[in-house]
Design a binder for this molecule. Structure first.
Ligand code: ADP
Ligand code: NI
Length: 209
């Protein structure tokens, strides 16, 4: 079996344990986004890109205490050393870390990061944010909570915020930090839709609609 297929089958069993914001469907959408962005470039290492997309959240610290799942799968699929290193870099570079992300050093890392971030935007981004908030028992919104514009990685992961606060701390900041031109273009409409959602939400809360 090709490594890509082997890896995809192995990760599916892990994502099944996560809430709807980071389930296997998330991985499939990120793969679709990544392939759409990759189509604008020549010389993309598609296999490495796909492997990294499949693996990118299996040991996410929001869900796993350690990186055992990632290490186990990498051990099973036995990639050439350089390719495994590249996959590890892409996974490291995808993560937002409260705005303290590491530099995406390869085209594949830039594409994977944009692809993952597109799934945090738009209608699907809204659905995922409330699914995550619901799974963690967060408030929908909290008027007493100030959105942080700058924070350390530990502060970002350490404070459970209301979901609307997360829009201001992360989701609305993503558009201006997309790595690829195609990613930036795709982010635009999704960003506008989220803003429209927040405007509508505020109007409904104020009793204006
Ligand atoms: P990363 O793990 O890449 O650093 P995040 O921790 O921001 O990124 O989580 C990825 C996704 O999980 C977000 O895009 C969002 O859908 C959801 N999420 C994370 N934190 C929150 C939160 N505080 N409220 C609502 N959704 C969240
Ligand atoms: Ni992801």
């Amino acid at each position: 079996m090709p490594k890509r297929q082997q890896c995809k089958a192995l990760v599916e069993a892990i994502y099944i344990q996560f809430d709807a914001s980071h389930d296997f469907e998330h991985v499939l959408r990120v793969e679709q986004n990544a392939l759409a962005i990759a189509a604008s470039y020549e010389d993309v290492d598609i296999e490495t890109l796909q492997l990294a997309v499949y693996l990118h959240d299996v040991s996410d610290k929001k869900y796993a205490a350690d990186t055992a799942a990632l290490e186990q799968i990498l051990k099973t699929i036995q990639l050439p050393v350089m390719q495994e290193q590249h996959v590890r870099h892409i996974i490291e570079a995808i993560s937002f870390r409260g705005g303290n992300e590491i530099e995406a050093q390869t085209l594949e890392a830039q594409i994977a990061r944009d692809a993952d971030r597109l799934d945090a935007l738009g209608a699907i981004g809204i659905a995922r944010a409330f699914a995550f908030g619901g799974a963690k028992g967060r408030k929908l919104y909290d008027d007493a909570e100030a959105a942080r514009t700058e924070m350390t990685e530990d502060a970002y992961y350490g404070k459970p915020t209301a979901t609307v606060t997360h829009f201001y701390e992360k989701l609305l900041t993503l558009q201006q930090h997309m790595c690829t031109e195609k990613g930036r273009a795709l982010a635009k409409e999704r960003h506008a839709f989220m803003k429209q959602f927040l405007t509508q939400l505020a109007k409904e809360r104020e009793g204006l609609l």
